[in-house]
Every structure is written in C-alpha cells, then in structure tokens.
Design a binder for this molecule. Sequence first.
Ligand SMILES: [Zn+2]
Length: 461
Amino acid sequence: MNRSRLASAILALSMLVVAQILAPAARAQSLLRDAETEQFFRDIGEPLMTAAGLDPRAVSIGLVGSPEINAFATLGQSVYFYTGLLVAADDVLEVQGVLAHELGHVAGGHAVRFNEGVAPATNITLLSLVLGAALLAAGAGDAGMAAMMAGQQAAQGKFLAFSREQESRTDQAGAQYLQKAGVDGQGMISFFKELQGQEYRLAIPQDNAYNRTHPLSGERVSALQHVLEQSPSWKKGADPALQARYQRIRAKLIGYVSEPKDTLKAYPLSDTSAPARVARAYAFHKLAEPEKAIAELDALLKVTPNDPYLLEMKGQVQLESGRVADAIPPLREAVARSNGNPLISGMLGHALVQSGEQSGSSASFEEAEKVLRASLARDHDNPFAWMQLETVYERRGDKPRLALATAERLTLTGGNPIAALNSAQVAVQGLEQGTPEWIRAQDIVQLSRNRQEDMAKERRR
Ligand SMILES: [Zn+2]
C-alpha cells in the first residue's frame, strides 16, 4: 500500500473511531466513536440516569459496530448499543425504552453476569482497539489479531442471559425511570413487541441477540404495558428535537455501514430531508464523489450553518478527498461550535498534521500538537489522536515523546503488552524524571507488566 492509499485508508475511519473492545463484554467487538452520537446518548441518558439514582457522570453509553440487534450493560456502569439496534429501532422512544431497561440492569448490578471473572478496575487496558486497515498497515495487526482471538476464546461459555425474573424486575425499574423522566413508554412496548415478532415492520429475525440475552415473553410485555399505561406520559409522543436528532444519527450510521447503492435506494435523491442528505453524503463520499457529498452537506448548512456535526462531516469529506486546505476551516468551525469536542479536535489535529506533511511547515505541526494534546486531555481513549501525535513527534525527532505516544496507543489498542512495555521503557529513559509525562510512562510500564501476567495466567487456564 503506498502512502496516499494508506492515508486514505486511515482517513476513511476518521469520523467514527473504530475500536475493539475485549472486555467488559469479554469478546471482541468494535466500538464506534462519533461525537454526534455520543452527545445524543448523553442527552437521552442524563434524565433516565438521574431517575435511576445513578450519577450521569459515572455511567457511559457506547456504540458497538455490529449488525446484531442488541444492547447490554456491563461492569463499570456502561451501556452499549449495537448499531443494528439503532438502525432497527424506528423512533427515539424505542431507543429510550431500551436504554431505560438497560439502566435497570446497571442500577440492579446485574451486569456482572455478563462477564464473570473480569476485573473491573482495568478499563483502559481492557479496551483493545484496532483501527481497521490503518493499524493493520501500521504493523499493529498481529497484536490486534491476537487480542481478538484471546477475547473470543474468553467469551466462550461465559455469555449468560439474564433470568426471566431479573428481566421482569428490570422492566419495572425501567418503566419507573421513564415515568420519572417524563418519557412516553410506548417505544419500550413497541420495540419489545417487534423483537418478539409480534410486529413485522422490519422483519427482525426471531433469533435476534437481544431476545437471547433478555428473554422476552408475551406475559412480560403485557405486564410492562400495564404499568406504563398508568404513567401521565403514556402516548404523549416523542420529544420532536430528540426525534430529529435520532433520525439523522440513524441515517448517518446507515450511510456509514451500508453499500452506497443500498443507501441511495433507501434515501433517493427526491428525499431532501436532513437524514436523507446525511446518509447520501456518506454514500457519495464512499463512491469517491466528494462534490456530491459536499453539496448534500452544504444544502443542510445553508439552513443550520453552525451545526458542528455537519461542519465535521464536511471537513471529513474534504480531508479524506485529499483537500486538506479546504478541510481545515470547517473543522476549526466545528471545534468552536462544539465547545472543543475532543473527537472533532482530534480530526482537526489530523488535518493539521496532514497540512504539515504537505507543506513542511513546522507551525502546522506545532498547532497540531497543541490541538491533539488538548483533545487527549479531555478524552484519553482516542488511539487515533495518539497516532497523529506520534507523527508530530517523529517529524520533530522527539524520541521519548514519540515512544510515550506509541505506548499510549498500544495500551488502548490492546494486543501484545510487550510492545507497549518496550515503548514505555524508552520513554522513561528519555523523559525528564519526575515530570507528569515521565510518571505516566512509569504507569504504563507497570500496566503492561500486569497485563502480561494476566495474559500468562489466562493461557495457563
Ligand atoms: Zn434485560
């Protein structure tokens, strides 16, 4: 793969940072990170978490890239939605309903059953992350594959469904949260009925994953409906603003995961709604027709010029089409309009690195470093941003910082801890003793040693 092909492979993944998570789910799954989706999750999550007596700052909601229709709760107070579920749901009330149910599992402490034997305190090291083709090309492939295999083996036999009794109790808890938060419970009922095959809107297979992990029964759904009907919010409908945001995110995901021809069939040109334009922007982008992609986004930006996520997508399309200079202004605007969202800042940093590579300008690299460090200070778990920072330090010949950034990325991407250990040791030797960076490098040395021991133990079992 030549350098520009590699660059475009990397770029193709820049909007949605693709990660592999081994645990807490205890098996390899790709974690998709997207600024717009994560903000949406926070906004629908907060009222329900508060209603559940949970601290919204302590509970996270993530997105797993998988066509399976599923959602689950894990140790460490996390809820994960599969892209398949977000696509299969047809309104925001269904997503809120499923979320309320999952938060019932979190509040009830049921998540442990999912992955018994996994220590809860190793969040970051257990986050194993593979940036698809980009990291494979960068030589992290073997480690990534090894981590994935280990994860799959560890998952075998450890996957347990919740008991029917636990499910019923969780339903009741979820119904309560919906009522307290003033959310209409119709979505919870319609989604469960749909999963059970009582409604065939989307021809969801009977053997869907959600049904396996959260056993459903007609009895359970009726009991739940009985409770939800008592709520003053029953049949009040969805919040129109949330509904609109959900429809756009759903379309964005469809555009991102689907073949362009399928996207263009689902969202024909005659459809000028925001979801349709966003979905088509990705379809055209994947077809290497950036002009058409940008035209779709510009049509929406004419109406809402300050929408950070549209600006982000526009910057992404420009960047991935090799027009770095055109990418930087919308990305700067997107960062400003999103209050410095770290994922979007990461992409701006990426564009600045590209600009530095093309022009050889050290000012671009300096600004890139600043932007990337600020991004990572707010959101450490972005291996893609670490990777960009590695380029900055490599160009500057700053070997200890390059080694530290590499160690950070390798720690997040999981796989072979020896490589992370080696990089961290180089950093420890080169960095000034006692500085925060030196302390961090020491921590990674220790973390990598612990992981190595855990993996050896796992092998002996
Ligand atoms: Zn459940």
